[in-house]
Design a protein around this ligand. Structure first.
Ligand code: SF4
Ligand code: SF4
Ligand code: FES
Length: 409
């Protein structure tokens, strides 16, 4: 929990600090930070005090919709000569704005001071959380976001503890609304932050989501045909700050703390997006999440990489030992036996005609293996006949998409 200080206590504390510390957040703000929102300053400098957010996201434009990031903001008071007015002790006099401001839409500037923990700020945050929860179901025990939910965490940290609103006044909204073939919306959990809409507009450039209606009835809808027609729809479930958006793939499958996160690389195309497999009981891949790599996939993943993982769960059909055909039957063999047989057959075929040898690589081998496969055929066997391709229809069938979907293009 944050310290609960009154403005007077805060000012008393501030008086004991050096002029730079006194200016709190951005007294020594650098050129690099001077044109970015305050919420991002917090992101960048972890040792600073947290400013809680819901709608703000460092990869999206700031919109100031949720009001969770309210802070008090002051700038140095300027004299007639446009220079900062100094107090008797040489520190700059501050002009505090009369009301709390949204940190995510306030651009940091030289000498700006931010109060992120006075009573006024804490009261404002508490009010926002209480307001966000007026019609929220708080069904955390059955919510897939439970355990990794910013609303859950911030309710605990900044919320009022008890609501003044009656449970019977809650505006009950629809649950389990399919937004598209892969994404399900729980309308009463939505905090109307528009992260999902902005992701689709700004990052995916597929303008398929929007708000419908107003006030408590405001809801996320998809207006494309087929619905939520985007190859990147799964990313909205990662950045939704609540459990309003879930994937058909992961819904009710596991709790976040039960899973191990195994770093991997997507095998579905040459981009090689970095990902983390969420594995339960060391056995089943429950979901695939993007793993941040600014040089490759940033923090995003396409739906093919996210949802096309069932093939890896098919352990019953996975080869665990080499098989050699003897008398028309496939029988288990050692690696030494299998490799000796392959070398002997390849050698004989190459001596006759290298191009009589052809290779079909598994279409889910990683880039590095495919490169070596091609090199082996070209340079060792002298054959140009090798091939690998991802079969789109297989993938569509495995993740349960309709023929209309263009996920595999
Ligand atoms: S969205 Fe968060 S706070 Fe709401 S029910 Fe789910 S886990 Fe709980
Ligand atoms: S569905 Fe999630 S991301 Fe979209 S507006 Fe609602 S809370 Fe925000
Ligand atoms: S995070 Fe600033 S208004 Fe939502």
């Amino acid at each position: 929990m944050s310290e609960q200080l009154t403005v007077e206590q805060l000012e008393e504390q501030a008086a004991k600090l050096s002029p730079q510390e006194q200016l709190k957040l951005v007294a020594h703000i650098s050129e690099r930070l001077s044109s970015i929102p305050l919420a991002q300053v917090e992101d960048t400098e972890h040792e600073r005090r947290e400013i809680p957010v819901f709608c703000y996201h460092s990869r999206l434009a700031s919109v100031g919709m949720c009001r969770m990031c309210l802070v008090r903001v002051a700038t140095p008071k300027l004299g007639p000569d446009r220079k900062p007015v100094l107090k008797a002790d040489g520190t700059p006099e501050l002009a505090w704005m009369p009301r709390v401001q949204t940190a995510c839409t306030t651009v940091a500037s030289e000498g700006m001071a931010i109060d992120s923990l006075s009573q006024e700020v804490l009261d404002a945050r508490r009010g926002i959380v209480e307001f966000l929860l007026t019609s929220h179901p708080l069904d955390c025990p059955i919510c897939d976001k439970g355990g990794e939910c910013p609303l859950q965490e911030q309710t605990l940290t900044y919320g009022p503890g008890a609501s003044r609103f009656y449970y019977s006044d809650k505006f009950l909204n629809e649950k389990d609304v399919p937004l598209g073939p892969l994404i399900v919306l729980d309308r009463e959990r939505c905090v109307q932050c528009a992260r999902c809409i902005r992701f689709q507009d700004e990052i995916a450039d597929d303008h398929v989501l929007g708000f419908n209606d107003r006030g408590r009835g405001m809801e996320i809808i998809s207006f494309s045909n087929p619905p939520f027609n985007s190859k990147f729809s799964g990313n909205t479930t990662d950045i939704c700050p609540v459990g309003a958006l879930t994937t058909t793939d992961f819904r009710f499958q596991a709790r976040p703390w039960e899973m191990k996160y195994v770093p991997s690389v997507c095998p579905h195309c040459a981009v090689g997006c970095n990902l983390a497999l969420s594995v339960r009981n060391n056995a089943n891949i429950k979901r695939v999440l993007p793993r941040e790599n600014d040089a490759v996939n940033d923090i995003w993943l396409c739906d093919k990489g996210r949802f096309g993982h069932q093939f890896a769960d098919d352990s019953a059909n996975r080869l665990t030992t080499p098989l050699i055909r003897r008398d028309g039957q496939l029988v288990e063999a050692t690696w030494a036996e299998a490799l000796a047989l392959v070398a002997q057959k390849f050698g004989a075929a190459k001596a006759k005609d290298p191009n009589s040898i052809a290779g079909l690589a598994g279409d889910r081998a990683p880039n590095e293996d495919l490169y070596l496969f091609g090199k082996f055929f070209r340079e060792v066997l002298g054959s140009q006949n090798y091939r690998s391709t991802v079969e789109a229809d297989d993938l569509n069938a495995s993740v349960g998409l309709s023929a209309d979907s263009d996920i595999s293009q």
